[in-house]
Design a protein around this ligand. Structure first.
Ligand SMILES: Nc1ncnc2c1ncn2[C@@H]1O[C@H](COP(=O)(O)OP(=O)(O)O)[C@@H](O)[C@H]1O
Ligand SMILES: [Mg+2]
Length: 434
């Protein structure tokens, strides 16, 4: 019998209060199934590398396992800088900065970093494994069905991210000094929802503490940046609240708010486009949500929520006044109906089984382990032959922020020159026409 409930069936009666006047509670979906006994594909320090979960612009994310002295295993995530970027000093520093900031943060809605450092000269980070999907994936799935996340669920998820931000923004160092962290990359890709309904904020890759605020630079995902961040102006915690506003809008409408075909058009929309009307898109939503989105998306930070706590309270108030209480179970149940059994497996697709840059580390012991599981063998063999996929062409990596700034400068210069050129041409034409 499967460890996984059939998608969409488990817990189906959970909220069926009509049935014989009694609430039938089926909590089978709530129990996290056992992680398959994956063979170790490679060893990295004390970590066994089981397979790759994701490959980002600067790092690869692996599912890993470690054993304590009593022989008990725990799963975790090992994040490692891409091999081709190992000589990029700036990037390595950014990566370690992320680890050093995140390792101090403890909050139920923040993915915890256990440690960061170097093993055999390789910079890595070991973090809490969130077994689930990104909010981006959930929104994409709803959009593909021409539907939206039930609004109370979307609001609850964003309220929890706001709680995470409230904690992060007010986090203090060991000596009690405020760290003044700004996440700077709040987006649906960096929010994970576990199969058991837990919500976690990830990726403090470009988070900066107060000491680094003076040079804000332009980093982060462009469609989620605040106007001040998009213009490389100094930013504070309220910038993250704008980004969360964009996430909230997208979660409620299944429509990316500032996604435009070009970078310039995206940035222009962020900076200039009037604040959108949520209810123009979904008139059935409660009116206060319109105000919340409008306030979060105010171009001027002084017109926004002044703290993440304030935003979280406003979101919860809408839930309360509409009689909704979204439990963790409710979130789990929602995901359960959206993903099938195969998709819920920790390493579920061909590419997820790649060892990526750990290929070189695969030793004889690990290769022998491949034979343990015949079913997995074929795909691993295939994976070991395939070179890791190249990053998507044209995807703006944050290490390219400088290049992009330069590109923007050229565009502006070109526009100015075109303007001057047109002026001169006009004058010449006038002259020619007498
Ligand atoms: N702790 C984790 N648990 C589960 N999946 C994770 C974890 N960290 C990252 N991921 C997956 O890897 C992806 C990229 O990770 P992230 O830390 O955001 O790296 P990047 O800096 O490349 O954006 C995430 O969108 C998520 O799907
Ligand atoms: Mg990320």
């Amino acid at each position: 019998m499967s460890d996984y409930p059939e998608a969409g069936t488990a817990g189906a009666d959970l909220f069926d209060d009509e049935a014989d006047g009694a609430t039938v509670v089926d909590t089978s979906f709530w129990n996290q199934p056992k992680v398959p006994d994956y063979p170790a594909l490679a060893h990295f320090g004390r970590f066994e590398i089981l397979g790759r979960i994701a490959r980002g612009g600067m790092a690869e994310v692996y599912l890993a396992r470690e054993w304590d002295e009593h022989g008990k295993a725990r799963h975790l995530v090992v994040k490692r800088v891409l091999p081709e970027m190992r000589n990029d000093e700036r990037l390595l520093r950014m990566f370690l900065d992320e680890g050093n900031v995140a390792v101090r943060l403890y909050h139920q809605n923040v993915c915890h970093v256990y440690e960061c450092g170097e093993i055999d000269g390789e910079t890595f980070m070991a973090l809490e494994w969130v077994w689930g999907v990104s909010l981006h994936s959930v929104i994409e799935r709803m959009a593909a069905r021409d539907a939206c996340i039930p609004w109370p669920v979307a609001v609850e998820l964003c309220a929890q991210i706001a709680s995470a931000l409230q904690y992060v923004h007010h986090a203090k160092g060991v000596g009690g000094k405020p760290l003044s962290i700004v996440h700077r990359d709040v987006s649906p890709h960096n929010v994970m929802v576990s199969w058991t309904g837990a919500v976690k904020l990830l990726d403090f890759g470009i988070a900066k503490t107060s000491s680094e605020h003076t040079t804000s630079g332009t980093v982060g995902k462009y469609g989620y940046m605040s106007p001040e961040q998009a213009q490389s102006q100094p930013i504070d915690a309220r910038s993250d609240l704008f980004s969360l506003g964009v996430v909230l809008y997208e979660a409620l409408t299944s429509r990316a708010l500032y996604d435009r075909p070009t970078l310039l058009a995206t940035l222009t929309a962020v900076v200039r486009e009037p604040v959108p009307s949520l209810r123009a898109e979904r008139p059935e939503l409660p009116e206060p949500l319109e105000h919340i989105v409008g306030r979060a998306l105010a171009k001027d930070p002084t017109h926004r929520f002044q703290s993440a706590g304030e935003m979280s309270a406003a979101l919860r108030q809408v839930l309360r006044s509409n009689g909704h209480l979204v439990s963790q179970q409710r979130v789990a149940l929602f995901l359960d109906g959206l993903y099938d059994e195969e998709e819920k497996k920790p390493l579920n697709t061909g590419s997820a089984k790649l060892t990526g840059s750990f290929k070189a580390l695969t030793d004889e012991g690990a290769l022998a382990a491949l034979h343990v599981n015949e079913e997995l063998h074929a795909s691993f063999d295939h994976a070991l032959e395939d070179p890791p996929a190249a990053p998507p062409a044209g995807a703006p990596g944050r290490s390219r922020a400088g290049t992009i700034a330069l590109y923007l400068a050229f565009v502006v210069l070109a526009l100015v020159m075109a303007g001057v050129g047109a002026g001169v041409a006009l004058l010449l034409m006038r002259g020619a026409l007498g």
